[in-house]
Design a protein around this ligand. Structure first.
Ligand code: ZN
Length: 345
């Protein structure tokens, strides 16, 4: 029986951010919820091992690695205004990247159907030269490059539905036609990039797809973007595997953003992505946790995703209450038309 791998390491709890919203409580909420969930017979709990430094070095400049390692050695410090490094952070970040690598490798060797990597610190804001936005190493990018270096995948698509623009992932692959980077995100919001005119450069022109969405969008607007932009972009690109930067901070109760996605909405999002993976790349998907700062909503939304990945029973109820009224399809029709125009979709 094939399975969904759930990759996790206790080491990821050692990234100590004090009272910061990106806290160890996020992962603890996810793990305790998944461990007690019923009806998930095909979910295998697996260890997220540490990445080798040179795998991370294939993505990040040595100066950045040395800064993170130096701050950890010195007992901690701020990398930027909102990104802290504690004594345990280097180990946590290596296990976060290593979990993504291990998941990708086992999936691409045929040992798993798909995988969810429940790790922290998150990664999608980490650029070649800097950690920022709570991110130290770009976990997804490290796993993409490692998969390509091992010859396990050539064409890789990254689907980033975190509420923030995945600027680090964009920067890392901006000139690379072997990696399609799709990001839908709230705009305006941190980090301020991700306009639909940012579409790649040089040989990578056309391989970056950005969908900036107004605050207040809910399940229907997200589903519309998946159907009208993600689906044709992926069908055009024909990936060997999908990496999903799975951020849940577009949930309506999230303290850091203003979108109104519900927990069942995250289930639909997962069904949409899984169906495209089934059509285009034999269902091969590696989901890697990014944001999501209301721990109860986060844990329920991750469970909704994992249920889709593992073919378990579907319905997960929103732990807070039904979602408030959200902006619908009409709120994104203009931007969808603009993105499709830029990309000829
Ligand atoms: Zn985010």
């Amino acid at each position: 029986m094939m399975a969904t791998g759930l990759f996790y390491s206790e080491e990821c709890l050692r990234h100590d951010t004090g009272g910061h919203p990106e806290s160890r409580g996020r992962l603890q909420a996810i793990l305790s919820r998944l461990r007690s969930a019923s009806g998930l017979p095909r979910l295998l709990f697996m260890d997220a091992p540490a990445a080798e430094m040179d795998w991370v070095g294939a993505v990040h400049a040595s100066g950045h690695l040395e800064r993170v390692a130096g701050l950890a050695r010195q007992g901690g410090g701020w990398l930027d205004g909102d990104t802290y490094v504690s004594t345990g952070s280097l180990s946590a970040a290596l296990h976060a990247a290593g979990g993504a690598v291990a998941a990708a490798e086992q999936l691409l060797r045929g040992d798993l159907d798909n995988a969810f990597v429940a790790v922290r610190p998150p990664g999608h804001h980490a650029t070649p030269y800097h950690g920022m936005g709570f991110c130290l190493f770009n976990n997804v990018a490290v796993a993409v490059r490692r998969s390509q270096a091992l010859g396990l995948a050539r064409r890789v698509a990254v689907v980033d539905f975190d509420v923030h623009h995945g600027n680090g992932t964009q920067d890392l692959f901006y000139e690379d036609p072997s990696v399609l980077v799709f990001s839908c995100h709230q705009s305006p919001l941190y980090p301020g990039t991700g306009h639909y005119n940012e579409a790649g450069r040089g040989a990578g022109q056309g391989y970056t797809v950005n969908v900036p969405m107004p605050p207040g969008c809910g399940d229907e607007a997200y589903d519309h973007v998946m159907r009208e932009v993600l689906a044709p972009a992926l069908r055009w690109f024909r990936p060997d595997v999908l990496f999903v930067s799975a951020g849940y901070d577009s949930h309506w109760a999230d303290p850091l953003a203003g979108m109104k996605v519900s927990v069942p909405g995250f289930g639909r999002l997962a069904e949409r992505i899984a169906s495209l993976a089934g059509e285009l790349c034999r269902g091969r998907m590696v989901w890697v946790l990014e944001g999501g700062y209301d721990p109860r909503a986060l844990a329920a939304a991750v469970e909704a995703s994992v249920r889709v990945l593992s073919g378990g029973e579907r319905d997960v109820v929103d732990p807070h209450s039904p979602a408030p009224v959200a902006l619908g399809v009409e709120a994104v029709e203009g931007v969808v038309a603009a993105v499709r125009g830029v990309h000829g979709l």
